[in-house]
Design a protein around this ligand. Structure first.
Ligand SMILES: [Fe+2]
Ligand SMILES: [Fe+2]
Length: 258
């Protein structure tokens, strides 16, 4: 796991979909479970710009290495959401701007105060960026694993091609966040303590608070509830264990078992 900024900037791109025939879903539609997963993934990918809002109000915005990555990350995640929207549209499902606008209208009232909370927290401690980078690593690991599980369970050739391309880009996001998290945690015991406390106290699967709790429960059990899913969750936990000062949190296993 290493991240090279110049290489990432060179390879960063809009997700390639020109050669994907989305009409194949009309001849061979996905089942209801796969569509339910894709609605969730569409909503979360499309919410990336809101997560970006929360980071940019912190002192992370002073670090050009972080902001360069976030710029390209947000762009790539936008196209992930757009590609999934096209899959949903091929099933005559609401997707894209209409669905995103409705979702943002339904966000809890507390959402508007999130940037304020992060700004205050960032003014109180220089270690908040370590929390954000570690949080990002856990979420990108989880996202990539979720796509791998969906590809396997849906067993649809067109969807598998699309998800494989998305997963490749998620892999580069993982490299960035995990490299940043490792560096920041290894250089500061205070960062380790704060990150450990924040993950233990506040972490929940990505999408919590954005999509309804019933959908988080569905994804958790559908994608990670069987033996293969549980072993994937344990693998992510072992990756978290290897981050400085974060062993034994069992975040994913705990969420799957909850
Ligand atoms: Fe993504
Ligand atoms: Fe990502």
């Amino acid at each position: 796991m290493t991240f090279d900024a110049a290489t990432y900037q060179h390879h960063s791109a809009r997700l390639q979909t020109e050669d994907i025939d989305f009409d194949t879903f009309r001849d061979r539609p996905l089942g209801p479970e796969a569509l339910r997963c894709l609605r969730y993934m569409h909503d979360v990918e499309s919410h990336t710009v809101c997560y970006l809002r929360d980071i940019l109000v912190t002192r992370a915005h002073r670090d050009p290495a972080v902001t360069s990555f976030l710029t390209l990350w947000n762009y790539e995640e936008f196209w992930h959401g757009d590609a999934i929207a096209r899959v949903l549209a091929a099933h005559d499902e609401s997707a894209g701007a209409t669905r995103i606008a409705a979702l943002r209208r339904r966000l809890p009232r507390g959402d508007r105060w999130r940037p304020v909370g992060f700004q205050i927290a960032s003014s109180l401690t220089p270690q908040l960026t370590a929390v954000h980078m570690t949080w990002g690593a856990v979420n990108e690991w989880t996202t990539q694993a979720a796509y791998a599980r969906l590809s396997r369970l849906a067993d649809h050739p067109t969807l598998s091609v699309l998800l494989k391309r998305i997963m490749k880009q998620e892999g580069r996001h993982i490299d960035f966040y995990a490299t940043e998290a490792t560096g920041r945690l290894s250089s500061s015991r205070a960062a380790q303590r704060l990150t450990r406390w924040a993950l233990r106290r506040f972490w929940s699967p990505v999408g919590t608070g954005v999509v309804p709790g019933s959908e988080v429960d569905f994804l958790r059990t559908y994608l990670f509830g069987d033996d293969d899913g549980r072993s994937m969750a344990e693998r992510i936990d072992r990756r978290v264990d290897r981050l400085p000062g974060l062993d034994g949190l069992h975040l994913l296993s705990g969420a799957v078992a909850a």
